[in-house]
Design a protein around this ligand. Structure first.
Ligand code: HEC
Length: 154
C-alpha cells in the first residue's frame, strides 16, 4: 500500500514539473540607451566597467544575460523575480534619469552592500564564477564607486 502511494506521489511530482515548464518567463530586455547608462554615459568602458558588468549587470541593468537554467522552472521564476526586484531598486541602465541625491544614495548603498559582501546575492557567484572577484578587482570597483560618488554635485 505504501509503495503504491509513493508511486502515485512520484507520478504527480513528475507531471507537476513537466506542466510548470509551459509557463516560461519573458526574457525580453527593455531597451538600453547608452546615454542613460551608468558606464557609457561616463565614457567608462575599461577594466572597471567590465568588472561591474560581469558582477552586477545581469540583475541591475537592462542588459541581463539569461543562463540556460532560466528556461527550467521553478529556477526561471526565481531569476525573473530577482531581476525585476533588482532593477526596481537600482537600474544602471537608467542611471542618468536618477536625480543627484538618488545617485548619491544608490552609490552609498553600493559601497555598503558590495563592501560587506551582501552583493551580488548569495548563490550568484556559485553559478557565475567570473563574478567571484579577486581582492584587487574588488578594491578597484570599490574605489570606482567612491570616485563616482565624489563627482556628484549635490
Ligand atoms: C542575481 C541578481 C543580483 C546581482 C548579480 C546583484 N544584485 Fe544587487 N540586488 C538584487 C536584488 C534582488 C536586490 C533587492 C533585494 C535586496 O536588497 O536583497 C538587490 C539590491 C541591491 C542594492 C540595494 C538597493 C536599494 O535601493 O535598496 C544595492 C545597492 C545592490 N543590490 C548593489 C549591487 C551591486 C553593486 C552588485 C554587483 C556587485 C549587485 N547588486 C549584484 C539582485 C542582484
Amino acid at each position: 500500500m505504501r509503495k503504491k502511494a509513493f508511486k502515485i506521489a512520484l507520478w504527480f511530482s513528475v507531471i507537476f514539473i513537466v506542466v510548470i515548464q509551459a509557463f516560461q518567463i519573458d526574457k525580453t530586455n527593455p531597451i538600453s540607451d547608452p546615454e542613460l547608462d551608468f558606464l557609457t554615459s561616463a565614457g567608462e568602458l575599461g577594466r572597471v566597467g567590465n568588472i561591474l558588468k560581469k558582477t552586477c549587470y545581469d540583475c541591475h541593468s537592462n542588459q541581463s544575460v539569461y543562463p540556460w537554467y532560466s528556461s527550467v522552472n521553478p529556477a526561471g521564476w526565481l531569476i525573473r523575480d530577482h531581476i525585476d526586484e533588482a532593477r526596481e531598486h537600482l537600474n544602471f541602465s537608467e542611471w542618468t534619469k536618477y536625480e543627484a541625491k538618488k545617485q548619491d544614495h544608490k552609490l552609498e548603498e553600493c559601497l555598503e552592500e558590495f563592501g560587506e559582501g551582501e552583493m551580488p546575492i548569495q548563490g550568484y557567484a556559485l553559478m557565475h564564477p567570473e563574478a567571484d572577484l579577486s581582492d584587487e578587482d574588488k578594491q578597484l570597483l570599490m574605489d570606482y564607486f567612491k570616485t563616482r560618488r565624489a563627482a556628484i554635485k549635490l
